[in-house]
Design a protein around this ligand. Structure first.
Ligand code: CTP
Ligand code: CA
Length: 231
């Protein structure tokens, strides 16, 4: 059998994608982090590159195994970051030349106000952590959006049912000012670490333009279809 020719419907499109989860240091051995595996953002980058786009993938603490295909791809440039501040710098740079920007990374919302240079030790008693907020990278990208640039956000939400998920998603879409918001339900069996995913895609009017379920690659292709439709 002859394989179908690859789709090249995104040829020439310049794309910046963030993935993974930032880690904010507390002391030399500890950090504040989250459970993001970086799989969905990596699949989003791979799907775009396979469809002809030129991609910058900014990865925060993603296993090299997860990144393997992306780091070999000729149309993907990899940038590795650790903290929210580093991710902000890398995505701001990448967005300056991008037609589409997608913030899939789980950015830590808080960091320690002061990072201890010494390891915190039990003999010094229970530490009190003063937290401050990290920069909202997506808000900065939306504020600096170039004419015609499309900004895609992600939202991982816990919700009792689809109605609550949709209501939360619509509020977040409004608050973030993005062109598309991919709303992801997270619980014990969905979202983080799983191979399959389900996202509701909301456009700028809050309309559900896609309810995509399947492998993270299938969800990624549905997102690019929606991007192509709003352009
Ligand atoms: N995001 C970001 N910078 C942050 C926090 C979040 O760029 N400091 C981005 C994420 O990459 C995602 C979107 O904002 O694309 C929504 O993230 P989410 O955590 O769902 O929203 P928050 O605004 O942080 O609100 P909350 O965690 O309270 O739900
Ligand atoms: Ca958050």
């Amino acid at each position: 059998a002859i394989a179908a020719p690859p789709r090249a419907d995104l040829a020439g499109l310049r794309v910046a994608v963030s993935t993974g989860g930032t880690r904010e240091p507390i002391d030399p051995v500890r950090f504040l982090g989250n459970r993001s595996s970086g799989r969905q953002g990596t699949e989003l980058a791979l799907a775009a590159a396979d469809r002809g786009a030129d991609v910058t993938l900014v990865a925060a603490h993603v296993d090299e195994g997860v990144l393997a295909s992306a780091s070999r791809h000729t149309r993907i440039t990899m940038v590795r970051v650790g903290t929210a501040a580093e991710l902000e710098t890398a995505m701001t740079d990448a967005a300056a030349g991008a037609d589409v920007v997608a913030m899939v990374a789980a950015v830590a919302d808080y960091r320690a106000a002061e990072v201890s240079r010494e390891k915190l030790r039990k003999e010094d008693g229970v530490p009190r952590l003063d937290l401050v907020t990290t920069p909202d990278v997506l808000a900065g990208l939306v504020a600096a959006r170039r004419p015609g640039q499309i900004v895609v956000g992600f939202a991982a939400e816990t919700a009792a049912d689809d109605a609550e998920l949709l209501a939360r998603g619509r509020r977040k879409r409004e608050r973030k000012g993005v062109d598309l918001l991919a709303v992801n339900r997270v619980d014990e069996t969905h979202g983080f670490e799983a191979t399959d995913n389900r996202v509701l895609l909301l456009d700028a009017a809050g309309t559900v333009v896609s309810d995509a379920a399947g492998t993270k690659r299938e969800v990624a292709d549905a997102i690019w279809d929606a991007v192509a439709a709003v352009r």
